[in-house]
Design a binder for this molecule. Structure first.
Ligand SMILES: Nc1ncnc2c1ncn2[C@@H]1O[C@H](COP(=O)(O)OP(=O)(O)OP(=O)(O)O)[C@@H](O)[C@H]1O
Length: 263
């Protein structure tokens, strides 16, 4: 916890979160506080449980033990209307953008407005076009189908959809995967701009350290099911933690080597 967060209640508070699949323990007592308005990042190797963590927070996976509170409300065990209400606080940019190819772009962006918020189509369309403009796409793009878009444009559309309902919390799952470095930078800047404009709390997972440094205020590293380091992203080069050092510098040699060999 940094000084700036003193006296603030966490937006997301995770305690003792554990999840195993069979005898494979993926999360093993994760504790984490994410504060209102911050951009929080979780790093960790492939298979370290980052996606499982996100899915637990979204209520898509049921943990074996532990607690996840969003604005003080327990997600674990919540169902029906309670879970829906908590979920409406979230927006999400999926790794593959997860667009519906059968719907025009504007309708993809408007999906949560029409389905979740029950807005009339014309009103939802106007909001969708406004959000598309916010990510640099014009009305013509709104009428295309996702199949007609480049990877960078799909990410923009995914971002427009993530912000369309003006959520309080936005999840970014590998936001720059599959993009060239320049487009990755463009998307990161858009993410930072959109999150700031909304005053949202952001939670991202990524392997891309360049992106991580651009989009996050604080970073936590997940290893062997636990958070082994948390700190300001700006200080990550001086973490003093050999696991973090090895990971962010992408070195094959180091303490993490043992796990790689064991796989
Ligand atoms: N539904 C499931 N059933 C069984 N095992 C699962 C399931 N979901 C995830 N796992 C396992 O949990 C572990 C963590 O997976 P997860 O997808 O969270 O990793 P990750 O850190 O997001 O990895 P990557 O960076 O490669 O996406 C993996 O070993 C995976 O095989």
């Amino acid at each position: 916890m940094t000084e700036a967060h003193n006296n603030q209640a966490p937006k997301i508070k995770i305690r003792g979160l554990s999840k195993a699949f069979g005898d494979k323990v993926v999360l093993d007592g994760v504790d984490m506080d994410i504060f209102p308005g911050e951009s929080f990042l979780v790093i960790g190797g492939s298979g370290s449980g980052k996606s499982v963590l996100l899915k637990c927070i979204l209520g898509l996976l049921h943990p074996d033990a532990g607690s996840i509170e969003v604005d003080g409300e327990e997600v674990v065990g919540a169902r029906g209307e309670d879970l829906d209400r908590i979920r409406r606080k979230f927006g999400m940019l999926f790794q593959n953008s997860a667009l519906f190819d059968s719907l025009p772009v504007w309708e993809n962006v408007a999906f949560g407005l029409i389905q979740g918020q029950r807005k009339p189509r014309e009103e939802a369309r106007a909001i969708a076009l406004e959000k598309l403009a916010a990510v640099g796409l014009n009305e013509d793009v709104g009428n295309l189908t996702p199949a007609e878009l480049s990877g960078g444009m799909r990410k923009r559309v995914g971002l427009a959809r993530a912000i369309a309902t003006e959520p309080e919390i936005i999840f970014f799952d590998e936001p720059t995967t599959g993009l060239d470095p320049i487009m990755g930078d463009v998307i990161d800047r858009l993410i930072v701009k959109c999150v700031k404009q909304l005053g949202a709390t952001a939670l991202s997972i990524t392997h891309d350290m360049a992106s991580a440094r651009r989009i996050s205020d604080r970073t936590a590293m997940l290893y062997h099911g636990q958070i082994i380091w948390v700190g300001n992203t700006a200080t990550i080069d001086n973490s003093g933690n050999p696991y973090v050092d090895q990971f962010i510098n992408g070195r094959a040699e180091g303490p993490i080597e043992m796990q790689v060999r064991a796989l």
